[in-house]
Design a protein around this ligand. Sequence first.
Ligand code: ZN
Length: 65
Amino acid sequence: MPREKGVWTYYEVKGDKLVRKLPFCERCGPGVFMADHGDRWHCGKCGLTIYKTAQSSRAGKRGER
Ligand SMILES: [Zn+2]
């Protein structure tokens, strides 16, 4: 799996749709992506951490790998 730096690593093309793989930071707002740390998201700007388990239970289960 390629791990290139850049904004395009945050998106994934599925069919004809562009899916955002990383969420925006809730504290910093749109434009600030959170880093993928496996089981959680982490904002390098403000330090906010969001656990994926809590997020998935809220958003519903969809395509978990
Ligand atoms: Zn932040």
